[in-house]
Write a protein that binds this ligand. Sequence first.
Ligand code: SF4
Length: 671
Amino acid sequence: MSSLQQSSSAHLISDGNMYAPTLFGYQRRETIPVSIGDLMLGSDFPIRIQSMTTVDTMDTMGSIEQSIRMIDAGCELVRITAPSVKEAQNLENIRKGLRAKGYKTPLVADIHFTPNAAELAARIVEKVRINPGNYADKKRFETIEYSESSYQAELERIRDKFLPLVKICKEYGTAMRIGTNHGSLSDRILSRYGDTPLGMVESALEFLRICEDEKYFNIVLSMKASNTQVMVEAYRLLSKKLADGQFKAYPLHLGVTEAGEGEDGRIKSAVGIGTLLEDGLGDTVRVSLTEDPEFEIPVAKDLVNRYVGRNRPNAPIPSLSNLSAGFDSPINPFAHTRRKSAELMNFGGHQVPRVIADYSHLKSISMEDLKSIGHFYLPEPDKWAMNDLGADYLFTGTSDLDFMLPNGLKQIQSATTWLQSSPSEHQFPLFEVEDWLKASKKHAQLNFVQADAEEIWSNDLFVNALKLAQNEVLVLSSSFSNRMAAIRRAFFELEIQGIHIPVVIRLNYQDIHADQFQLFAPTDAGALFIDGFGDGLMLSLAGLPVQSSLENSTNFGILQACRVRISKTEYISCPSCGRTLFDLQETTARIRQVTDHLKGVKIGIMGCIVNGPGEMADADYGYVGIGKDKIALYRGQEVVKKSVPADSAVDELIQLIKEDGIWKDPQETNN
Ligand code: SF4
């Protein structure tokens, strides 16, 4: 047992870094209760699931019917956009229609720019969501130098605009979400704090202080971003700032904005939301997919249900007593920094995290089998081709191969098989801990050592040997049900022990279906990569016939969603709402079809001009609705083609990418 083990302290990190109740177990952050009509929110209650309608708010029947589909799927809070007073007023008809059909689910009015609409909606529905970036400010995209007094004057102006809403909410018992979006921070916040997690937090705190001064506390907070690193950091910083600043512990609403659709949208949502749920943060969740809102609900349920009943002591994972005594955390939870590791072959150092495909379950492996992991044998020219999702290593377990692997793919074998065969220099052994400790023969350049996380804090002999290891990559897994926390704890121990060898994160799943796999693996692995850990990823899911391609796309999808290895085009598409000016799902599918070979390019697809440009702050190109069937095309934040007819807008977008010299024909990228 190392001296760093076994502390009874409930708080495992120094006060300076406090943002979660524990880093090495699961414990939900304690919050005050918030009432939204009859629905209670906060740490004493289940994590609530919500979504947002996409039909026009003036379409009363359409809104009622879609709300019912969402509620029947399990939605506990229905958000509806109220861009102006007339939509805010129509919330009354929607609410009455739902109540008449026996649906009591609370409604939330989504407000941007229009205090009048908010003040009306707050008298009608159970909750209003305001965006502090645009409630009292029009975006002018200006950098203004503020003196202390001019900044204070701005805060006074905000107070005057915001106070009436606070008073109405207090009087009517209406709840409020102060919901910051990374993409729509005010010019004032940007000028002082920049486009940062701190700016996001301060944006909400400016409004929160006004609420607290009025003794209005029925508040939920959110810090959404499309960039998962920024999103996680902002929520963590908010949690810490609330505690440091003597604010009440308000419940948190979690979401990744513009996550996109399909597999990518699910993986990205799970990385952001799942990482925070693992930290014990989050009291309500909305998964934003560019799909009908009822499809968001099962995804949110799968993410959240993992934590039902998890509140038990984290006894099996020892804490770090040094940290509670003021020891600096070896990671910075508020700014992504990759763990420093030694470079070995193409692992560690500045190398991108590697993907290892696990074929150890196959008794024999054919060339055809490698298609699932992005490697294609072409008989005619007699050569191999690889797509952007080509795995780097293939773990074959105890099986042999009767063909040569392509250059871009190297083989890892179980050490027992490797020792008994005459391996080439491109075959590498995977040792179990005991076998590695006593091995008389090892590969001269690269050996993999498979260890359970627990070994890192309980096996001194192994840890001492790792300190001397030169040609080893550690493959870390965990048999704990709380596997992310166990592996995180092992990474902390490696840092503390000064062990800098590359580490592959290996996660095995069984008895879950494919949809759950694509949420649970991104949660577990994503939380570690967001923390800066991991030089490789190896996922496996036992028991499904198509597992290899699923595992492979999930491996690459997680690395992309965590922004640690970019292998495909990224789409930042809004989920659509009552403001949407074109068919978002169909357009997103069309754009994806013609651009999904443009590795690393980020394309924003936004339903409206009001929020679109801000929300896609991160994108290289933007496709934004500005009127009925009229599109504006953006290069970064700059409009370059105004008012393009929707019919030709996709072609114009391609033309724009071509003008920038970034375009490639699909076949050029298929090698
Ligand atoms: S960007 Fe999309 S989701 Fe956001 S307000 Fe506009 S249409 Fe609605």
